[in-house]
Design a protein around this ligand. Structure first.
Ligand SMILES: [Zn+2]
Length: 389
């Protein structure tokens, strides 16, 4: 007797006759019935998500648990991500955009398949909240200038008392935050738009009758009210305390200035600004040195660190899967002088198109409850993963 059948026999024993993990694609058939189809057996010993990502041709991927489903999303390594930087609302050619154009920009984004992600979602390569087929875009504004968040006042708009309705300040309808509230979509009750605050002037410029304390403009009650509102409803970012170009200030002084700004933001937010994770360099940053990157990335407050920093070089940013320098990320300056150019860029850019799969893990083959699938967009792949533990 030859030795070969013995080897075959031992192989047969080692490899189970059934797959441990099986994917079924959830779909609706032509009679509008929910069905499970396209059975995909995961070879023994393989991570099921890694296997599915490979089958679907994902460049790289992450998973995120959300309620009772797992979201598998691609970290694209080709295409581009536009990161738009605004400054103030107004008629100036440079560093201002009219309220009408800002409304148009948000309507354009909604109507043309864009999805606003946060700057830190981009840096963490996490597009798991973006429905398949939509194009991630990042937006924010620098400086906390006039027009970004303005309350109505009695008398002078900078020094006058804020108008209130049952204690709540009334926002100027043409201010950036008010326009965003009206036209931008929310994600978990928050608008993915970052306000990078500097302290070289009164943040947002209004005093509500309070005496101007001078640089670095700490302890102004109406500023605290605005910072907390933004921390709860938008995203806050650091734009340094003194707003001086890093290489002009000196990199050690600049790093201290960034930490000082973080400190004042935390103080205004009431102990800790929850959303602060990023920095926008004042006037951008030319050729970020390894030493400056190391200084900025090792700053910490209460155990927190920054996940990245932003330049202002009018170039689109790399796709997350090819992001090499998280502290020197390109942004596009949007203002009245570049308005048409911005629209042309958005129209012609080779944007990343998000891809994700919504996966429900279960111990036996069955249809997912409709309620589990509410978070899925029609374009998302939906799968049932039958796990045999
Ligand atoms: Zn600035």
């Amino acid at each position: 007797m030859s030795i070969i059948p013995a080897i075959l026999l031992s192989l047969t024993i080692m490899v189970p006759a059934y797959a441990e993990n099986v994917f079924w694609r959830y779909a609706v058939d032509r009679y509008e019935r929910s069905v499970l189809m396209d059975k995909l057996e995961v070879p023994s010993g393989l991570n099921p998500y890694e296997f599915l990502a490979g089958e679907l041709g994902y460049d790289a991927w992450i998973t995120r648990d959300e309620k009772s489903v797992v979201i598998l999303s691609e970290q694209a390594s080709s295409g581009e991500v536009p990161i738009l930087c605004l400054h103030k609302i107004g008629d100036d050619d440079n560093y201002a955009l009219t309220p009408q154009r800002f409304r148009e920009l948000l309507q354009y984004i909604n109507a043309n398949g864009w999805y606003m992600v946060t700057d830190s979602q981009y840096l963490k390569k996490d597009f798991s909240r973006v429905p398949t087929g939509l194009k991630p875009i990042v937006m924010g504004s620098d400086d906390a200038s006039y027009g970004t968040l303005i309350y109505q006042t009695v008398g002078d708009s900078l020094t006058g008392r804020v108008r209130r309705f049952f204690g709540k300040p009334i926002m100027e309808r043409d201010s950036m935050a008010a326009i965003l509230e009206r036209y931008a979509k929310k994600e978990d009750n928050r608008i993915n738009f970052t306000f990078y605050v500097s302290f070289d002037a009164v943040p947002f410029r209004q005093l509500d009758g309070y005496k101007n304390p001078g640089f670095p403009y700490r302890n102004i009650p109406v500023v605290a009210e605005k910072i907390r509102y933004l921390d709860n409803n938008f995203i806050l970012g650091i734009h340094a305390l003194s707003h001086i170009y890093a290489y002009e200030m000196g990199i050690h002084e600049f790093a201290e200035d960034v930490l000082a700004a973080w400190n004042v933001l935390d103080e205004y937010a009431g102990a800790e600004a929850l959303t602060v994770q990023t920095l926008a360099f004042p006037f951008g940053i030319e050729n970020l040195s390894a030493e400056l990157e190391s200084l900025i990335s090792s700053l910490s407050r209460n155990g927190r660190r920054l996940v990245g920093g932003f330049d202002l070089d009018n170039a689109p940013a790399a796709p997350p899967g090819s992001l090499k320098k998280p502290f020197e990320v390109s942004r596009i300056n949007v203002d009245n002088s570049r308005w048409q150019e911005t629209l042309n860029t958005l129209n012609s850019i080779n944007a990343v198109s998000a891809r994700r799969e919504i996966i429900w893990e279960t111990a036996s083959k069955r249809l997912p409850n409709e309620r589990l699938l509410l978070g899925a967009a029609p374009s998302d792949g939906v799968w049932v993963l039958v796990k045999d533990d």
